[in-house]
Ligand binder design. Structure first.
Ligand code: SAM
Length: 280
């Protein structure tokens, strides 16, 4: 028994099912169930919540989510070796855990959960940013999820919450902060994982705003920001050249000096520039 439930400690589970961590699947497992329960609580009370978990592995965070009261957890795991361990958890929480053996990048979550759902995951680092960008750029806003509680490498977490004038500020910060509140809830040293990764990690919590912070067309904002930060050392009049006619005038109309660099521009000014570019 492990403290938060009647299931065996994770070290025993990993040993019993031969779950030797695979680097190719980004497997760094959390073994401390008090820590996984704490991560599950980052988004607030889970009572009655529907939760998507990507990459449950041996199920440490899954057990945290269920012990903290989630009504329904959809756990999507690519590695079939983890399925027996996850089946034991499903049996301990009847009717509350659905396990799908699939690639999270190919899964249609709406076929399994009813919005609004939450996402809570210790993400595989190789697909973490791609999943985040997908969640941040749905066809319509508000999205089907209400919050994302996600483990990243600390350096990626810092890029999500960064403000202007910092090296970490870029496309990810704009995408995240335009339509979400984003904060780093927890930082973790390598030793919190088995095997320990090379870098520190951090849990980021994002809450979807009902509407964007500033008006802008999503596809235009993404295009302008991607171009601007692609050549972040260049002045914007050069970095954005060719994106639309009269870029100098459009930059000035958005309150941006054509000699500014991307990392000096506030979120509000990027949105103003996207509106100027969308004028055609
Ligand atoms: N949640 C577990 C924990 O905290 O101990 C495991 C986290 S481990 C960092 C990432 C997990 O994601 C692994 O179990 C791995 O097999 C799984 N995974 C990797 N790529 C995946 C993908 N594309 N879709 C679903 N799961 C994936």
């Amino acid at each position: 028994m492990s403290g938060i439930d009647d299931l065996p400690p994770l070290r025993e589970v990993i040993e019993a099912h031969g779950l030797r961590a695979k680097k190719s699947l980004g497997q760094n497992f959390l073994l401390d169930l008090n820590l996984t329960a704490r991560i599950a609580r980052v988004g607030g009370d889970l009572t009655g919540a529907q939760v998507l978990e990507v990459g449950p592995g041996p199920g440490g965070l899954t057990r945290g989510l269920l012990a903290e009261g989630a009504a329904q957890v959809l756990a999507v795991e690519k590695d079939a070796r983890c399925l027996p361990a996850l089946a034991d958890i499903a049996a301990a929480y009847p009717g509350r855990l659905e396990v799908v053996n699939a690639d999270a990048l190919a899964l249609d979550v709406s076929a399994h959960l009813t919005p609004p759902w939450r996402v809570c995951a210790n993400l595989p680092y190789n697909v973490g940013t791609e999943l985040l960008v997908r969640w941040l750029t749905p066809a319509a806003w508000p999205p089907p999820w209400e919050s994302l509680t996600l483990m990243f490498q600390k350096e990626v977490a810092e890029r999500i919450v960064a403000g202007p004038g910092t090296k970490a500020y870029g496309r990810l910060a704009i995408l995240a902060q335009w339509r979400c509140d984003a904060r780093i809830a927890l930082t973790l040293p390598p030793e919190a994982f088995s095997p320990p990764p090379k870098v520190h990690s951090a849990v980021v919590h994002l809450t979807a705003l009902p509407a964007p912070r500033f008006a802008a067309q999503a596809d235009v904002l993404e295009r302008v920001v991607a171009r601007g930060f692609n050549q972040r050392r260049k002045m914007l009049r050069a970095a954005l050249k060719g994106l639309a006619p009269d870029m100098g005038d459009r930059l000035r109309a958005a309150g941006i000096a054509p000699t500014d660099r991307a990392e000096q521009v506030s979120l509000e000014a990027w949105c103003a520039l996207a509106r100027e570019v969308a004028r055609g």
